[in-house]
Design a protein around this ligand. Structure first.
Ligand code: NAD
Length: 416
C-alpha cells in the first residue's frame, strides 16, 4: 500500500474530524490552504571559499487567532509540502491549547551534520534576511525545531535586530536566557510530553512507576522526556537516534546516555546492554511508545506489529493517517502530537509574553502555567472524546481546534 505524505495526512485528519463539528463549508475550505509560503534561496560562502545555494521556506498556515508561531528545522527532507503540514499542525496545536497564535513553520533543506558551525551561522543569518519581511514580534515568531536550538534563535534575533536598529528579543522564542529566553523553555516540550504521559496513564489506570517505556529519538524532546520519566520511576527500556537504538529490560541509565549524546556521541557507539534497530524499538512490548524523532515513522506495516499499550506522539506527525486507522481497529490509543508536544509552544508563548512586558518569571511559575494549560487541554480533549462519541483522541482534539479556528474566522469575516 502506498501511504500519503504529511500534508495529505493532515488534510485527512481534518476531514475525519469535520464529521463531528459544525463548520461552515466556506470556512472549512479556507482552513485547508496555507495563507502564504515564502520560498527563498540562500547563497552561502562555505569554509573552503566555494558558494553553495540552499533552498528554504517559511509557511504561514492560518493567522485568524493571532500572530503566526512555529519552529524552524534544518534537515535534508525539508520540502514545501512538509513545512505546510507542520504549519497546519501548529495551527491546530495553538488552537487546542488555546493560545492567541496562528500556525507557521520554516525549514532549510540542508544536512547540518555536514556543515561547520560558521557555515550554519551564515546560513541562519541569510535565512533570517530572506524571511525578515514576513516575520516579526507581532506577525510571525519562529522557534527551534529539528536540528535548531537556542544558539540558532540567538543568531536569528541578532540578525533581525541589526536590521531594526535595536534589540527585538520577542521576534523568536527558545532563545538563551542571556538574550531574553525564559526559564524552562529548553525542557518545555519534554516536560509537556511527560505531563501528558502521566495524565494518559492515570486515565488508562496504568501505574507510571515501573512502567516500561520506549522512546524513538534522543534529541531535545526525547532526552528530556526520558530523563523526566525516569525521575518518576518509569523504566525507560529503549531509546534511539538516527544511528540505531539501545535496549535494557531493567531500564537504561538515562543520565549516562544523555552525557554520551551531549558529547556529540551517537547511540550506535554507546556501551549498551543490547543494540537493536529503530524498527525493533517501535514494535516492542512496552506500556508506552513515545516517537520523538520525525514524521511518518509509524506506518501501516509498523502499526500492524506494534505491541505498545499506548502511543504518545512527541514528534509531529509520527503516525500516518492509514496507520492511525490500523491502531484504532486494534484498540491502541494514540495521544495526538498537537496535544502531547504542545508544551514547547506553551512555554514559547510565556517567553513572548515576558519579552513583551520586559519582565521575567521564575521557573516554578513557568512550569505551573505549563502544567495548568496542558492538563486543561487534556481534559477538554477527553470530554469531547466521551461526549461526542468520537472514535479516537486525535479526532476529538481536532474537533476543538477546528471549531476554535473556524469561530475566529466566523467573527472576523471575509475581507474584502
Ligand atoms: P532534535 O534534532 O533535537 O532531535 C531529533 C532526534 O531524532 C535525534 O536524536 C535524531 O538522531 C533522531 N532521528 C532523526 N531521524 C531519525 C530517524 N529516521 N530514526 C530515528 N531517529 C531519528 O529534534 P527535537 O527538537 O527533539 O524534535 C523532535 C520532534 O519533536 C520533531 O518532530 C519536532 O517537530 C517535534 N517537536 C519539537 C519541539 C521542540 O521544542 N524542540 C516542539 C514540538 C515538537
Amino acid at each position: 500500500m502506498t501511504e500519503t505524505g504529511p500534508l495529505d495526512n493532515m488534510l485527512a485528519q481534518m476531514e475525519q474530524a469535520r464529521e463531528y463539528v459544525d463548520i461552515d463549508d466556506g470556512i472549512f475550505e479556507r482552513l485547508k490552504y496555507p495563507e502564504r509560503t515564502l520560498s527563498v534561496s540562500l547563497p552561502v560562502e562555505m569554509d573552503d571559499g566555494s558558494v553553495e545555494v540552499f533552498e528554504a521556506y517559511r509557511c504561514q498556515f492560518d493567522g485568524a487567532r493571532g500572530p503566526f508561531k512555529g519552529g524552524i528545522r534544518y534537515h535534508p527532507n525539508v520540502s514545501e509540502e512538509e513545512v505546510s503540514a507542520l504549519a497546519g499542525w501548529m495551527t491546530w496545536k495553538t488552537a487546542l491549547v488555546d493560545l492567541p497564535f496562528g500556525g507557521a513553520k520554516g525549514g532549510i533543506i540542508c544536512n547540518p551534520k555536514e556543515l561547520s558551525q560558521s557555515e550554519i551561522e551564515q546560513l541562519t543569518r541569510r535565512y533570517t534576511e530572506g524571511i525578515r519581511r514576513i516575520i516579526g514580534p507581532d506577525t510571525d515568531i519562529p522557534a527551534p525545531d529539528v536540528n535548531t536550538n537556542p544558539r540558532t534563535m540567538a543568531w536569528i534575533m541578532d540578525t533581525y535586530s541589526v536590521y531594526q536598529g535595536y534589540a527585538v528579543p520577542e521576534v523568536v522564542t527558545g532563545k538563551p536566557p542571556e538574550v531574553g529566553g525564559t526559564a524552562g523553555r529548553v525542557e518545555a516540550t519534554g516536560r509537556g510530553v511527560t505531563i501528558v504521559t502521566e495524565e494518559t496513564f492515570e486515565y488508562l489506570g496504568t501505574d507510571i512507576a515501573d512502567a516500561d517505556i520506549a522512546i524513538q529519538g534522543f534529541g531535545n524532546v526525547g532526552s528530556v522526556t526520558a530523563q523526566l520519566l525516569a525521575e518518576r520511576d518509569a523504566n525507560v527500556v529503549a531509546v534511539s537516534d538516527v544511528t540505531g537504538a539501545i535496549y535494557d529490560p531493567d531500564g537504561l541509565d538515562v543520565e549516562a546516555v544523555g552525557a554520551h549524546v551531549a558529547n556529540d556521541g551517537r547511540l550506535e557507539d554507546y556501551d549498551a546492554h543490547e543494540h537493536i534497530s529503530n524498527d525493533d524499538l517501535l514494535t516492542m512490548n512496552v506500556d508506552a511508545l513515545i516517537p520523538a524523532a520525525i514524521e511518518d515513522v509509524i506506518t501501516v506495516d509498523v502499526a500492524e506489529r506494534l505491541q505498545a499499550d499506548v502511543v504518545v506522539e512527541a514528534a509531529n506527525g509520527p503516525t500516518t493517517f492509514d496507520a492511525a486507522n490500523v491502531l484504532k481497529e486494534r484498540d491502541v490509543p494514540v495521544v495526538p502530537d498537537i496535544l502531547a508536544n504542545a508544551g514547547g509552544v506553551i512555554v514559547s508563548y510565556l517567553e513572548w509574553v515576558q519579552n513583551s512586558q520586559q519582565y521575567s518569571w521564575e521557573l516554578e511559575e513557568v512550569n505551573r502555567d505549563l502544567e495548568a494549560r496542558l492538563t486543561t487541554a487534556f481534559d477538554e480533549m477527553l470530554a469531547a472524546y466521551e461526549q461526542k462519541d468520537i472514535p479516537d483522541l486525535r479526532t476529538a482534539a481536532y474537533t476543538l481546534a477546528l471549531e476554535r479556528t473556524a469561530d475566529a474566522h466566523e467573527y472576523r469575516g471575509l475581507f474584502p
